[in-house]
Design a protein around this ligand. Structure first.
Ligand code: GDP
Length: 200
């Protein structure tokens, strides 16, 4: 999949505006500043597909990207950033919850967390909610270049110990150093394939 053409489709602020295409979707969720835009740009192999945020948490849209028209990468708005105005916080819930809960095209969710800090309260709440909704989850631990090899291993082992037995896969990445990106693509491909089998 690497090198496939990834292009911006649309930004959605209302559930009624979601794309109609019958193709699988992989959603990216995480708190603001976790490295979501950087990962999307790496996956797309371009520098400026998703905006790397200077004002974290500002976008309250769900952004759709098409990968060679075969599936959509779906960038959910980042959560948990204090500077987002209350009005924006209020709109996050219904839009994102509605999408994650009911979307037939949603094949799987990639939940990002910062490997240095482990899951925040909100990350945990999100993971538990996705488990209840039976959405397949890949936990992507970001910015692993900021840890030593030893720290990295300990942090990844801790995540695997907690979440793999609950059915989530765990991958460490560095968008900066282009590490783990192939593994993420492989997981995406697998889950798109199984969605297509279930939804011919
Ligand atoms: P988003 O708000 O989740 O979309 O996060 P961004 O992709 O905008 O990244 C937030 C900040 O983290 C930026 O300053 C990025 O340069 C930095 N960042 C993102 N990924 C990495 C990484 O793999 N390694 C390091 N060291 N910094 C990163």
């Amino acid at each position: 999949m690497t090198g496939a053409r990834v292009t911006f489709v649309k930004g959605v602020v209302r559930l009624s505006d979601l794309p109609r295409a019958h193709i699988p979707e992989i959603a990216f969720s995480g708190r603001s500043n976790v490295g979501k835009s950087s990962l999307l740009n790496r996956l797309a192999g371009v520098r400026a597909l998703a905006r790397v945020s200077r004002t974290p948490g500002k976008t309250q849209e769900i952004n759709f990207y098409s990968a060679a028209d075969r599936f959509h990468l779906v960038d959910l708005p980042g959560y948990g950033y204090a500077r987002v105005p209350d009005s924006a916080k209020k709109s996050w819930g219904p839009l994102v919850e509605g999408y994650l809960e009911d979307r037939k095209q949603l094949a799987a969710v990639i939940q990002l967390l910062d490997l240095r800090h482990g899951p925040t309260e909100l990350d945990r709440a999100m993971i538990e909610w996705l488990e209840v909704k039976k959405r397949p989850i890949l936990l992507v631990a970001t910015k692993q270049d900021k840890l030593t090899r030893q720290e990295r291993k300990a942090a990844l082992d801790a995540l695997a110990g907690e979440f793999e037995r609950r059915g989530a896969a765990v991958v460490g990445v560095s968008s900066l150093r282009n590490e783990g990106i192939e593994q993420v693509w492989k997981w995406i491909e697998e889950h798109c394939r199984s969605w297509r089998k279930r939804n011919p």
